[in-house]
Design a protein around this ligand. Structure first.
Ligand code: SF4
Ligand code: SF4
Length: 424
């Protein structure tokens, strides 16, 4: 791209991103009785959409493209992990010039964001795990566009000893690259401190998440997803404090029985291709139609901080494999060949959060999620949990059709609940 054209593309993408972010925030903030503590997160996304704020936190930024990257190693090198996955249609339009039309919008948008200079950080490198084909191909495109890229080799399965060993070796390779990029040597203390820092964030997020078990759930899913999405780029300690403040407010709501939606609102579990701000199209639509997303199985939300690495008095040589295990063992991404864990987790969540139905979103072009939906739907149906499968992308064009399908699904849930109530 010529310099002039690049500057024009960047300006247009920035303008469209600001409008897109504002429109989504307008809908998100348009719900009645939003928790006061959500203001922190709304402001964060508003400034970021306008390209105004640089994230707080010191050190160089290292881009990551998946939840599989053990972020503790980046922090232990004194750098900031920034997950680059973009949810903006403004970026997707730029990426569409580089990627084939059939590729997934998330990959197109992420490439488009980097191509148009839309990320706010100066990156010293990007870590790309070899998960789906599209992420793999994106790595070589990014490298050809001049970005320092580290390909984090992931095994296609997670349960064999061979896979575990292969992954641990990959994570050790990553540690060496990070030392090279940042010029900082890892040591036992720095890794231990980074593990502790992430564990604290993980604990507070789990506290927030557990509150959603309450009847009625105190937080709308659109807000829960926003909180989780902001972990992609916010300073970890500011984020943890903001989530703790939100938890306090929600505990008070639970105590007085105040919920995020109507008392009998259908309780929904959301899963599939990750919704990333400003593309919260489907979750927001579901809640505008009167349901509440009480839980999710998403790598842009619940899976982010699902597990913590154990730190004992280990050496650096013990801690790196522990971090590798922390990332791989609980992974329920459909990129893995055998993925019964995902079905099991969905069933557990459906039970724990007393959900009335599951909404499964797959981005057009996202084969891993498309391929798994039938098996997951059948597993849920066996346990009496209905599932709605929707295929979508980042454009607003399918809103009318999505809205009709979501409303019909919620109506069937309401009817079912009514009949159950009558039988009792
Ligand atoms: S869907 Fe899987 S591969 Fe894609 S970002 Fe999420 S965890 Fe990574
Ligand atoms: S797993 Fe799906 S959503 Fe994630 S990058 Fe690959 S194709 Fe896109």
């Amino acid at each position: 791209m010529s310099t002039d054209r690049k500057a024009r593309v960047s300006r247009t993408a920035a303008l469209h991103l600001a409008m897109e972010s504002e429109e989504m925030l307008r809908r998100i903030e348009g719900f009645p009785d939003n928790p006061v503590a959500m203001g922190y997160f709304y402001d964060l996304f508003r400034s970021r959409g306008k390209g105004e704020s640089r994230p707080s936190g010191k050190g160089k930024a290292v881009g990551t493209l998946c939840v599989q990257v053990p972020e503790e190693l980046i922090r232990a090198c004194g750098a900031r992990p920034v997950r680059l996955c973009s949810g903006a249609q403004a970026h997707e339009s730029v990426g569409a010039e580089i990627m084939p039309a059939k590729s997934c919008p998330l990959v197109k948008a992420t490439l488009g964001m980097l191509e148009s200079g839309g990320q706010l950080e100066d990156l010293c490198g990007i870590v790309v795990p070899t998960t789906c084909d599209q992420k793999r191909k994106m790595a070589s495109l990014l490298a050809s566009h001049g970005y320092p890229v580290h390909l984090l080799e992931m095994p296609p399965v997670k349960d064999s000893e061979g896979a575990r060993f292969y992954w641990q070796e990959s994570v050790k390779e990553l540690a060496l690259t990070l030392e090279k990029w940042t010029g900082v040597r890892l040591n036992r203390k720095s890794v231990q401190a980074a593990i502790l820092e992430r564990s604290q964030a993980s604990r507070v997020f789990q506290q927030l998440y557990a509150l959603q078990c309450s009847q009625p759930a105190p937080l709308a899913g659109k807000d829960l997803l926003l909180v989780a999405n902001s972990y992609f780029f916010d300073d970890i300690n500011c984020w943890r404090q903001a989530v703790a403040t939100l938890c306090m407010e929600l505990e008070a709501r639970v105590a007085r029985g105040q919920g995020a939606g109507a008392r009998q609102a259908p309780r929904i579990l959301f899963t599939g291709s990750p919704p990333i701000f400003p593309n919260l199209k489907v979750p927001v639509l579901v809640e505008e139609a009167g349901a509440v997303i009480v839980a999710d199985e998403l790598c842009s939300s619940a899976r982010l901080l699902h597990d913590q690495a154990i730190i004992g008095e280990g050496t650096l040589a013990d801690m790196i494999p522990a971090l590798a295990d922390r990332a791989l063992k609980p992974c329920t991404c459909p990129c893995l060949a055998d993925n019964r864990d995902r079905e099991r987790r969905l069933l557990t969540l459906a039970d724990d959060y007393q959900v009335d139905g599951v909404i499964y979103q797959a981005f057009s072009g996202c084969l891993p999620y498309e391929l798994e939906q039938r098996q997951i739907g059948a597993g849920l149906a066996q346990k009496g949990v209905p599932m709605l499968y929707v295929e979508t992308d980042y454009s607003p064009e399918d809103m009318g059709q999505l809205s009709t399908r979501v409303e019909a699904f919620l109506e069937s849930i309401r009817t079912r609940k009514y009949h159950k109530g009558v039988k009792k």
